[in-house]
Design a protein around this ligand. Structure first.
Ligand code: ATP
Length: 295
């Protein structure tokens, strides 16, 4: 095998809690992660010439070590030196800087693909140990599906698949700095924390209404205040019949969960023909057939 095609799936946070800020500046989190079918595509080809050559369909993205795909390949070759190199083509569809772990999922797919191509025999946990050096979300992006994520994001507990539904994703045209959001988050006795354990119970019962009712993201305390567009999109999604809607990660993407396909499509066409049109997607949850295997 000297080429591999990979799908790198986006994630949303069904719930996101921040427990505390550690002395080293990292935040301890508790999150329910969920993969969605929206994905980037990667094609990796082994070449006789050593080195990493990356191309992407988005001309504003870096193609050097500042791209997480390049950084992941670099890390892999540092650990497992090879006499040959790789050409990588990255086709982005996941919006960039959107709160959907686009870069992390590409890095995870790159590590997975290189492990296959060069037959290095790394287990899922070996790959996760490598991946966490580049980003806290990468171990989850290697696992995928429904999972509880703790620590700085690297302690993962797979959960039963969240109940299937239609997922509307809308990214408003605002730039949010993840750093700014975390720096302006106040954690005190007035903070309303998501009911993560309640949501785990709802997922285990397979109840979509109960899961949707508990959607919650502690970072919205910052972003809803500063970016009213986020709350407006959530309200509109609910008016169209979403069971509930929430901002993913540190935003600005908003997702709405719909039980009813027709209502989801109506909302999709509404947003698709508006100012967020190019960054509007109708998708669904992605669950890997077996945890840690790729489709
Ligand atoms: P998260 O949800 O983990 O906070 P995000 O979806 O908000 O991630 P990304 O799209 O992963 O954000 O990446 C944002 C930044 O990372 C951009 O500044 C971009 O230039 C850089 N970047 C590096 N590699 C990639 C990649 N493969 N895809 C997208 N962005 C990348």
């Amino acid at each position: 095998m000297n080429t591999i095609y990979l799908k790198a799936y986006a994630k949303i946070n069904l719930a996101l809690d921040v427990l505390r800020r550690r002395p080293d500046g990292y935040h301890e989190v508790r999150m329910i992660m969920q993969s969605v079918r929206l994905h980037d595509r990667l094609h990796i080809a082994v070449t006789r010439t050593p080195g990493i050559r990356l191309r992407t369909n988005l001309d504003f993205l870096p193609t050097n070590e500042n791209n997480l795909v390049y950084a992941a390949a670099n890390l892999f070759f540092e650990q497992f030196p090879q006499s040959c190199g790789v050409n990588i083509q990255l086709d982005k569809r996941i919006p960039v800087s959107a709160g959907m772990a686009g870069g992390s999922t590409d890095a995870a797919a790159t590590l997975f693909g290189l492990n296959r191509l060069f037959q290095t025999g790394l287990s899922l946990s070996n790959l996760q140990e490598l991946g966490v050096k580049l980003g806290a979300d990468i171990p989850y992006c290697l696992l995928r599906g429904t999972a509880l994520s703790e620590g700085i994001g690297e302690i993962l507990t797979p959960l039963p698949p969240a109940p299937p539904c239609h997922v509307l994703l809308v990214k408003p045209p605002v730039n949010i700095s993840t750093r700014h959001v975390y720096e302006h988050l106040t954690l005190d006795e007035t903070t309303r924390h998501p009911d993560i354990d309640g949501m785990i119970g709802a997922i285990r019962r397979g109840s979509l209404p109960d899961t949707a009712a508990l959607l919650s993201n502690v970072l919205e305390a910052v972003t809803r205040r500063e970016y009213p567009a986020i709350a407006d999109i959530e309200d509109t999604m609910r008016e169209f019949g979403a069971l509930n809607a929430l901002m993913s990660g540190s935003g600005p993407t908003v997702f709405g969960l719909f039980a009813d396909r027709q209502k989801a499509e109506k909302a999709f066409y509404y947003f698709k023909t508006g100012p967020c049109g190019r960054q509007t997607f109708l998708t669904s949850f992605f669950q890997p057939a077996v945890c840690g295997t790729r489709q």
